[in-house]
Design a protein around this ligand. Structure first.
Ligand SMILES: Nc1nc2c(ncn2[C@@H]2O[C@H](COP(=O)(O)OP(=O)(O)OP(=O)(O)O)[C@@H](O)[C@H]2O)c(=O)[nH]1
Ligand SMILES: [Mg+2]
Length: 205
């Protein structure tokens, strides 16, 4: 709906602002933020690169690539926030504890956070770990929108199926935004829609 406005938003110059691994290191400036959360390897960093058209966020096939909360500034307009992923097998206990503490603090207390985009791998759908995060966000009253990723790995019929199941699951959650976006960072699918949704979240329209 706001694709043109969204596209304009992304004409702002992109710069890495900082990485933070504790609450005190979060940037103090009050630019509005949108954050990307989701299981490890779901494609958060890749999606940020697709949105900005620049390889600014480090992406890799090794789960747990992003371990800090990374802030990317778009001009003086807003920040994109790349979260470390959750739920990868054999993650060291300490890492999980640090993640949980830092991410929960960020999600619950960040006043300038306008919306969380919760990424779900289209091949797998919503898993128990995702449900847990959704419940936490519902309870904290943080509004979030589901973004399905890696659509290029599915046939069209399967894309449709996972889309419908995900819409139905989203309806069970009070803080979950009803519209779901199906994306592929690889093919550019859904990127204009997501840019529009970011505009909408920032403007509150
Ligand atoms: N086919 C396909 N592969 C993708 C897509 N998006 C990401 N990938 C691949 O998935 C892997 C993980 O991508 P990342 O963007 O690093 O994932 P992440 O969610 O940031 O991972 P963590 O930082 O570990 O939490 C990489 O090998 C990407 O190339 C997509 O749209 N299509
Ligand atoms: Mg990452």
């Amino acid at each position: 709906m706001f694709e043109t406005k969204g596209k304009e938003l992304f004409k702002n110059k992109v710069a890495f602002l900082r990485g933070a691994n504790n609450f005190d290191a979060f940037p103090k400036d009050l630019l509005p933020e949108v954050a990307f959360a989701g299981r490890s390897n779901v494609g958060k960093s890749s999606l940020i690169n697709a949105l900005t058209g620049q390889p600014i966020a480090r992406a890799s096939s090794t789960p747990g690539r992003t371990q800090e909360i990374n802030f990317f500034k778009l001009g003086t307009r807003f920040c994109l926030v790349d979260m470390p992923g959750y739920g990868f097998a054999n993650a060291p206990v300490e890492l999980v504890q640090n993640w949980t503490q830092m991410v929960h603090l960020y999600l619950r207390q960040r006043r300038q956070l306008k919306r969380v985009f919760l990424l779900i791998d289209a091949r797998h759908g919503i898993k128990k770990v995702d449900e847990d995060i959704m419940i936490m966000l519902d309870r904290a009253g943080v509004s979030y929108q589901i973004v399905l990723t890696k659509a290029d790995k599915l046939k069209e019929a399967d894309q449709k199926k996972v889309f419908e199941t995900t819409v139905a699951s989203g309806k069970e959650h009070v803080a979950c935004y009803p519209e779901i976006i199906l994306t592929s960072s690889e093919k550019g699918q859904g990127i204009p829609e997501l840019q529009g949704a970011i505009y909408q979240a920032l403007e509150g329209v």
